[in-house]
Design a protein around this ligand. Structure first.
Ligand code: ADP
Ligand code: MG
Length: 688
């Protein structure tokens, strides 16, 4: 039964070295990110199947939906052709000491020879066939440990389709054997101190659990390892940044004071504090690496503008990177307004822009102080004369590779520009400090004072008339409305409302009111035009897909309508809602679900009850429960195999342990295996 593989096969080898795993299966596994034997060993089951112990035929009284395991002799078995249904049926009789039972299979004629007269372990559902109890298409259980009721719990893997869990089990057993040939990566004293089991037994337990307690401990061990590797990685990154230089940008308090004086509002304390932390960082001879975290509408752009002002006034150049062209255009307009009085020259660099060549030329010659664009600004063809600052909007973490790219943009050896990342995704502080431990954190935990919370309500789909009346009323006050649909056009796969399907009806219903249209299939130029026209008040209503989700700032918009609201995640709905309530007028958000299960109703109600992104994020974590991995979209690109949102204690433990270990041995010289794994963390956790 268990094959023995050549001892020369190592964990890092490709999957096809495993017995019974061919190129097609290897390709399928590769498509879900499993390339090596090691990675297969770490592929976790999504659930377990309970095989139970064999029972006697005599104890079967009625049909049963859950499969039973039987050990019996196959007294007779014959093939029968069913011409009508175009298949062959294998009919047989099983017998044990307690009685006999009919059995059927379909299209497995070879079973006749294989099983005739034999004693076999068979597992299947019991149904009624022609009035008698029958074991239906049972699985032939060949693994003696399952058959005898020892390993009664068997894993079921997420992968479905052509590859069965039974096949995966067979490969995983081999993979575990291969992996067991290499030593553990955790230092023994840590395992002892934290009472964690060894690696391979832990993995084995996760696939083929013996008890719930042992499985939980195994999961803890792998979670610890994962978070420990990440902690070591971020701490090492952080330490390495202190070895890199940056041109210090001197502090100019008078200039910043002047800037603040020109604003039509007073800064919040949180903005003031963040700006202060940032300019302190800029004055250092090492690169700033700071994350500015602030809920939607907390005013991150003004803080960015102050950072840019400090840089430009010191003669440095800066780049602002936005996730979309729309947002780049918006920043361009806003920052120009804010920085115009200081004679700062700003250019924009997005594809299809007529001035690309000129902008590049001016950047290289140092005639521009600031360039705003998408990540394309980092392309090799874009050269700077004196790049000293990079601001990245709506991204938590700048990848390792991206940072390497920045190095090439600075003309001095071993130098990096100062870096400020900005995000509206509320990450609870403890989580942020570990996940982004290589970044310093500034939090805008206050919203501008005159800002009023967005009154949020759930509206039933059937109340269309009410909705249209509301939109008309808002428009008649000269204010503006967003109507968001989850889809562009109708789809067979997802039942949700679609923009292009309903746009005409919306226009008809709102006759006399101009309705704009915005979606992701429009060209960047069309999108920008539309946003600009909306901003200028050319139409009162903008019907859109979630392309408006991030960052768009239209202060006159006071009503947000979300169709098929249950289709969106909480964080996303909060972002979408954040597009209104940015001025001083009261604003409203109407969530219109198609159908609401208890769970979605609870989610939408949560949104109605609070406007605080942090509170929402935490409630969301709790609601999603233990199964949910950390690395969902909510928390950026990091993807975890083992850790879940409820593992905050293990997270803290992993971080503490990492700090201690690095204190004694910064280069991890005593633990070469561990060091190798840390080197690979960036690739494996998608931190690139
Ligand atoms: P976000 O943090 O979501 O990027 P923005 O920077 O776009 O938010 O700011 C949202 C709006 O709030 C903008 O119109 C901005 O001018 C305004 N704003 C920023 N700071 C303040 C403040 N302290 N008081 C009043 N309004 C402010
Ligand atoms: Mg913003």
């Amino acid at each position: 039964m268990p094959v023995s593989l050549s001892t020369r096969i190592l964990p890092g080898d490709p999957l096809i070295y495993l017995h019974g795993l061919g190129p097609t299966a290897a390709r399928t596994l590769q498509s879900i990110g499993i390339r090596t034997i090691q990675e297969l060993a770490e592929y976790l089951p999504r659930d377990y199947e309970h095989y139970g112990k064999p029972i006697t035929i005599g104890s079967l009284q009625k049909p049963s939906d859950s499969p039973v395991l039987i050990c019996a002799q196959v007294i007779s078995i014959n093939n029968r052709q069913s011409y009508r249904r175009r298949l062959t049926i294998q009919e047989g009789l099983l017998s044990d000491e307690s009685g006999s039972l009919a059995v059927t299979w379909f299209n497995q004629p070879y079973l006749v020879e294989q099983l005739s007269g034999k004693i076999a372990f068979l597992r299947g559902k019991v149904g009624l066939y022609k009035g008698t109890l029958t074991l239906e298409s049972p699985e032939l259980v060949r693994d003696p440990s399952i058959a005898l009721g020892k390993n009664t719990v068997q894993p079921i893997y997420p992968l479905s389709g052509k590859i069965t869990s039974k096949q995966i089990r067979y490969w995983i057993k081999q993979a575990l054997d291969v992996v067991s040939r290499t030593p553990d990566i955790l230092p023994p004293h840590l395992k002892e101190q934290l009472r964690l089991p060894d690696r391979v037994p832990a993995l084995r337990e996760l696939h083929f659990p013996t008890t719930d307690a042992a499985r939980e401990l195994a999961r803890k061990r792998m979670t610890f390892e994962e978070l420990f590797l990440l902690s070591l990685f971020v701490l090492r990154e952080r330490a390495s940044l202190t070895q890199v230089h940056a041109r210090p940008i001197p502090l100019v308090p008078e200039l910043l004071r002047e800037f603040v004086g020109l604003l039509p509002f007073a800064l919040t304390n949180a903005q003031r504090k963040a700006a202060w932390q940032i300019v302190q960082d800029l004055a250092q001879p090492h690169p700033m690496n700071r994350l500015l975290e602030g809920d939607v509408g907390s005013g991150k752009t003004v803080v960015a503008a102050m950072t840019l002002l400090a840089c430009a006034s010191a003669g440095g150049q800066a780049a602002v990177l936005a996730p979309t062209v729309i947002l780049a255009e918006q920043h361009y307009v806003t920052l120009q307004q804010l920085l115009r009085p200081f004679g700062i020259k700003i250019g924009i660099l997005v594809s299809d822009h007529p001035d690309i060549k000129k902008t590049k030329d001016h950047l290289a010659k140092g005639k521009l102080d600031i360039v705003i664009g998408t990540h394309a600004v980092l392309k090799p063809s874009v050269q700077f004369k004196r790049l000293q600052l990079v601001i990245v909007d709506e991204q938590h973490r700048f990848g390792v590779k991206q940072r390497q790219l920045l190095k090439t943009k600075v003309r001095l050896p071993n130098h990096l520009p100062h870096l400020l990342s900005m995000t509206a995704t509320p990450i609870p502080r403890t989580l942020a400090l570990t996940l982004y431990g290589d970044l310093d954190l500034s939090v805008l935990d206050q919203k501008p004072k005159q800002r009023q919370p967005v009154a949020t309500k759930v509206l039933q789909k059937k109340s269309q008339a009410l909705l249209f009346a509301k939109i008309k009323k808002v428009a008649s006050r000269g204010e503006q409305v967003f109507v968001v649909y989850p889809l562009i056009d109708a789809s067979d796969k997802v039942s949700a409302r679609a923009l292009l399907d309903e746009y005409q009806d919306l226009c008809t219903e709102l006759s006399g009111i101009s309705v704009g249209l915005l979606h992701g299939r429009m060209s960047d130029q069309e999108k920008n035009q539309t946003i600009l026209r909306f901003k200028q008040g050319e139409f009162a209503v903008l019907a859109s897909t979630p392309v408006i989700e991030v960052g768009i700032d239209i202060r006159n918009a006071t009503l947000m309508v979300v169709m098929s609201a249950e289709r969106f995640g909480l964080a996303q709905l909060h972002q979408i809602r954040g597009r209104v309530g940015r001025g001083s007028q009261p604003s409203e958000c109407l969530l219109i679900p198609d159908a609401a299960t208890d769970k979605t109703r609870k989610r939408l109600e949560l949104l109605c009850s609070t406007d605080d992104g942090f509170a929402l994020a935490e409630a969301d974590l709790e609601m999603r429960g233990p199964g949910e991995p950390f690395g969902t979209k909510q928390h950026g690109q990091i993807s975890f195999k083992f850790a879940t949102v409820l593992d905050s204690r293990v997270l803290a433990q992993a971080k503490e342990t990492a700090v201690e270990l690095l204190q004694n041995d910064p280069g991890l010289r005593s633990w070469p295996l561990l060091r190798q794994r840390v080197d690979r963390v960036a690739t494996q956790m998608h931190l690139e």
